[in-house]
Design a protein. Sequence first.
Length: 288
Amino acid sequence: MPLKIDLHCHTTESDGGLDFPLLIERAAEQGVDVLSITDHDTTAVYPEAYDYAKEQNIQLIPGVEISAVNDSVVSGRGQEVHIVGLGVDINDEALQRLLKENRSRRALRVEKILSKLVKAGFPNLEEQLSSLVKGQVICRSHLAKVILDAGLVKNFQGAFDKFLAKGKRAWVPIQWQSMATVVDAIDAAGGYAVLAHPTKYRLTEMRLSLLIDDFVAAGGTTIEMAYPGLNPNQRAMLVRQVEKHQLSVSQGSDFHYPGTSWTELGVFGVDPQLFTAIWQQFDVMKAS
Ligand code: AMP
Ligand code: MN
Ligand code: MN
Ligand code: MN
């Protein structure tokens, strides 16, 4: 049996629905051998999560998903991207400073979003939001949940479509740190910078190709090649990018909650015979 490897998922420390003990238990039930928990802009589950993973015979790779901006004049200004840092030293001070800065920018954005909603005549959802957020990272998905629970929209996606997405009535942008800064911070913390879910940025192949050029120029060496919602044409396009730049590949479920039909821990796999798999850097082996 090939190893089941999942290098992208979330807990209640960011916008996931399970805390890390439950997430690790679920990963074990799904037969995952190697896992990285990659919360948005925090490594709070580490180091406590290592013991839980060990008990479940799971090899845990430290990880984080960092929001960044690619401000290239060529490929498009202000493009938000997510960079997963795998194998980072969670005690690296510069990395932790960068993550903390992102968390503060998130908190400021949320205040502005809440006040935009109030100014537009909607109820103040601050209390509902505080009781929902369990960790130190506030995401728009938390806001979407409280907007939904307040009955302002019919479903979760509606909260983005009506309020939170770019250009909508409660849209507030964040000036993230540059992709190059984030890649450098991950490198300096001894990790590998992975461009997360490259086809989720809704770019044409031309623009995505330029983005990947920029990612490579910034020092990135790895892209995700298996994740939810990737169709065969998109996958073929990513294979062309991998060949062009001699990239390594990663894979992950981007699991957030139980009950989502389109993803589950451990279900997205790349054939490691066909590519240079990033997890080969982590001495992966069957734990039992
Ligand atoms: P953010 O606070 O901007 O980092 O957003 C956090 C989460 O919101 C992401 O992990 C996505 O799962 C979700 N999200 C972002 N944009 C959208 C969108 N347009 N529609 C639905 N979900 C979204
Ligand atoms: Mn998320
Ligand atoms: Mn992401
Ligand atoms: Mn994610």
